[in-house]
Design a protein around this ligand. Sequence first.
Ligand SMILES: Cc1cc2nc3c(=O)[nH]c(=O)nc-3n(C[C@H](O)[C@H](O)[C@H](O)COP(=O)(O)O)c2cc1C
Length: 165
Amino acid sequence: MKTLVTYFSQTGKTRQVAEAIFETIEGDKDIRELSEVESIGTYDLTFVGFPIHAFAPPGPVKLFLRNKCEGRQLVLFITHAQPEDYEELGEWINTCKAEAASAEVVDVFTCQGEILDSILEAMQNNDDPYMQKLAKGAATSKGQPDPTRIESARAFAADIMSRYA
Ligand SMILES: Cc1cc2nc3c(=O)[nH]c(=O)nc-3n(C[C@H](O)[C@H](O)[C@H](O)COP(=O)(O)O)c2cc1C
């Protein structure tokens, strides 16, 4: 069993989750930034982590999921500024899974990650009521992922790996 943890992280939040997942995994394992991964063909299972950008995966992640994951078993871990119970999160996750349609997505973990102050302020200064709603949710991301969420990520990874034991 050979496992890869790969991630795209602009401001370090997804990287924190990636590192917690990586530490939890036992056996033959590697951790790499997404931009460093040419092929996942030698791995039995690949954890792919990224933030939501504009309700979808960031561009480089879309390309990775579309072009480098065909036929592979993937576990997605996704961070976002909205709380985990935000009503549109399910749609965003489906958008992410659709990008990985040529792969087998085994499971998905999601958790809040703190949004950049500059982006939050831009949302708060936008008069659009939808942006105001998003800004309110995003303001609750301060300090995330906190130790409880990191622990949830560890428990998630342990559960996934127990299915392959
Ligand atoms: C350009 C940009 C767009 C974003 N769009 C969303 C979004 O649509 N929904 C959301 O919940 N969070 C959004 N976020 C917040 C990030 O998904 C969140 O803060 C994430 O944890 C950051 O992860 P990172 O530090 O690994 O880059 C956005 C952040 C940026 C920088």
